[in-house]
Write a protein that binds this ligand. Structure first.
Ligand code: ATP
Ligand code: MG
Length: 633
């Protein structure tokens, strides 16, 4: 391929000369047998990448580095819950992964089987994921914070042969025993796993069921030196399944391939993160989410970096803890979420100033809209580039961001950036299905097939749901819908305006709740805000706002609250116009969120309309909805 002088050229190549582009990227990883065909799109919307090639994800993440960086730290597991730090070199990680793989095999796990991983953020969770893909088994990681109901439905859907878990997680110093939740989930599920492997951290007592349950430590001893070679699998062999966050409804089981995903991650480490072997990556997410899969475990390891796994809160022992880790490990790449930054924003900024964070090349944030005030605050505090990136569990890697490894580009606050190479991003008029090509036109963010390597292959065991959910929502054409709404400016920077079901209609005006939230959040005393559309007999819908204030010391009585509410309304009037003005601005101490920190607008709206909020199994704090109930009456 020719050298690319600009990102625009690079992007065009990826779309106009798709196969040439991706066959070049495929060289970034090791193949046992090289692919014969780059992309088979003969059965749209199902895309098969690197057909005929065989490879292994664990080989590319671990074994491949043994020749050059065996003694370099590969994984550092830090817990401020148990006050421990454990570091594993690539050679040690290689040994641990083989032990885990040997144990899983001894429990009957074979190629193609599913292994459900329900674990806290400890090193053994990473061993388990890598061990699965090493032997060609599929992992299905379920976020350790989920209770038995959510876990049971995922066990039923994935039908795992084995479950890997631990005695307990810990959150804010409080031990959360996992075993009783797991036992209850297995009891609830129609499918029963044959084996359960428990890591005993010594945090909570465990009752082991004879015949089914096993402890990791003694089995590990038996397999200290067992060699388990990587199983070379077809590029299209599934590597894992993972459920979406469940912000909008029943979670979807995203199924990912092996070859396409490995290439996509290797390419993203180079082009998007501008990462070099030996550098250090710290993603603050959880292995239960897609960011954890792609950028705590696989991406950094594929790139030969050291990756940091963190168990604990961003505010404990104090709000400087993350920055102390950055200083200590000279972290070059940090990845977090706007919700975490908003948590830190409520704390004393002095905590941040104590540490040297100059090693950071940038801070990447994803998962939900990054509002300008939050971006500005963290940018001022860290003095490093803040890079928003927009993607989904479904895609596995960013759809919109800046590819600083190709060409350095400036961040525009409020925008996650440009369409990434390989993604045929279009804005589509919801009603007509027509593509909107002009600048600043609002449309549904859609992606022309085939989705690039690394994106979902299908919904686990439900091809029809894959086609009908994602590819049939826009009239008259087969195109992937993100169900997000956005605009693109004349320079190709995109702005996400919210989810397509977050559009509200006030007296015939279509408004994005995101725009109203941005306006309210720019008030100096508002830390965080959620706006929902609430049914109104006169106007169809009205906007209703729930805001968390930064400093509540002045809000002691109704008069003070009304005064602040008035100020906020005036600000919206001024910035967006009176139609966007919320009918009420309620002040709460916490907003209802999913366990991944996303606003649960669906539940908020239901309660604001005095309806049943429905399925709340993915919700973080039930007390958050109670406050809303009390306020709206
Ligand atoms: P479900 O699909 O089950 O309802 P979910 O959409 O919350 O859950 P994820 O795949 O974790 O599950 O989240 C992807 C969504 O998060 C995107 O479609 C978008 O709405 C939002 N999002 C992610 N990153 C950004 C970002 N940088 N800016 C704006 N929105 C973002
Ligand atoms: Mg989604």
């Amino acid at each position: 391929m020719t050298a690319h002088s600009t990102y625009a050229d690079f992007y065009r190549q990826s779309i106009d000369h798709r196969d040439t582009f991706w066959s070049e990227q495929a060289k970034l990883i090791d193949w046992k047998t090289p692919p014969q065909q780059v992309c088979d799109y003969s059965n749209p919307p199902f895309a098969k990448w690197f057909v005929g090639g065989t490879t292994n994800l664990c080989h590319n993440a671990v074994d491949r580095h043994l020749a050059t960086r065996a003694s370099q730290a590969a994984l550092v597991a830090i817990s401020t819950e148990t006050d421990t730090e454990r570091s594993y070199s690539f050679a040690e990680l290689h040994a641990e992964v083989q032990r885990m793989a040997a144990v899983l095999r001894s429990l009957g796990v074979k190629k193609g089987d599913r292994v459900l991983i329900y674990m806290p953020m400890i090193a053994e969770a990473a061993f388990a994921m890598l061990a699965c893909v090493r032997i060609g088994a599929l992992h299905s990681v379920v976020f350790g914070g989920f209770a038995s109901g959510s876990l049971a439905s995922r066990i039923e859907d994935a039908e795992p042969v084995a479950v890997v878990s631990a005695d307990a997680g810990s959150r804010g110093g409080k031990v959360v025993p996992y075993k009783p939740l797991l036992d209850e989930a297995i009891a609830l599920s129609k499918h029963k796993p044959a084996a359960v492997l428990m890591v005993n951290r010594g945090l909570a007592p465990m009752h082991l069921q004879p015949g089914r349950d096993h402890e990791w430590a003694p089995l590990r001893e038996q397999h200290l030196h067992t060699v388990v070679p990587c199983e070379w699998v077809e590029s299209t062999h599934p590597s894992y399944t993972l459920y979406t966050s469940g912000t909008t409804g029943k979670p979807k089981g995203v199924q990912r391939d092996t070859g396409g995903y490995t290439v996509a991650l290797a390419a993203s480490m180079k082009h998007i993160f501008d990462a070099k072997p030996g550098e250090t990556y710290f993603a603050t997410s959880d292995i239960g989410w897609v960011v954890g899969h792609s950028y705590i475990i696989y991406g950094p390891l594929i790139a030969g970096m050291t990756t940091i796994m963190y168990e604990g809160l961003p505010t404990r022992p104090d709000a400087g803890v993350w920055w102390s880790i950055v200083e200590k490990y000279r972290v070059t790449h940090m990845f977090s979420a706007p919700t975490a930054v908003r948590v830190l924003k409520k704390q004393d900024p002095a905590y941040l100033a104590q540490y040297n964070v100059k090693s950071l090349k940038a801070l990447w944030l994803a998962g939900e809209p990054l509002d300008e005030p939050t971006a500005q605050w963290i940018s001022d505090a860290l003095q490093v580039p803040i890079i928003d990136n927009y993607w989904q569990t479904e895609t596995g890697w960013p759809i919109l961001t800046l590819a600083n490894g190709v060409e350095k580009q400036t961040t525009r606050f409020g925008s996650p950036g440009k369409a990434m190479y390989g993604y045929g991003v279009k804005l589509i008029d919801e009603a007509t299905g027509e593509e909107l090509t002009g600048p600043n036109q609002k449309g549904v963010v859609a992606i022309e097939g085939p989705l690039p390597p690394g994106c979902m292959q299908t919904v686990w065991r439900d091809d029809a749901r894959f086609v009908n959910t994602y590819w049939k929502s826009i009239p008259g054409r087969l195109i992937y819908s993100t169900f997000d709404w956005g605009i693109r400016d004349a320079d190709g920077y995109h702005f996400i305006l919210g989810r397509t079901d977050d559009v509200i209609n006030v007296a015939g005006h279509r408004l994005g709740t995101r725009e109203i939230e941005e306006s309210i959040a720019s008030h100096p005393n508002i830390a965080e805000v959620a706006v929902v559309g609430v049914a109104d007999s006169l106007k169809g819908q009205v906007a209703m706002a729930f805001a968390v204030v930064r400093d509540s010391s002045g809000l002691t009585d109704d008069a003070a609250r009304l005064k602040l509410e008035g100020e906020v309304m005036k600000q919206v009037d001024h910035q967006l116009g009176a139609v966007a003005r919320p009918s009420r601005v309620y002040f709460v101490t916490v907003l209802p969120k999913t366990r991944s920190g996303k606003l649960l607008r669906r539940a908020l709206q239901a309660v604001a309309e005095r309806r049943d909020p429905g399925d709340l199994t993915t919700m973080e704090d039930p007390a958050a909805l109670q406050q809303v109930k009390d306020l709206v009456g």
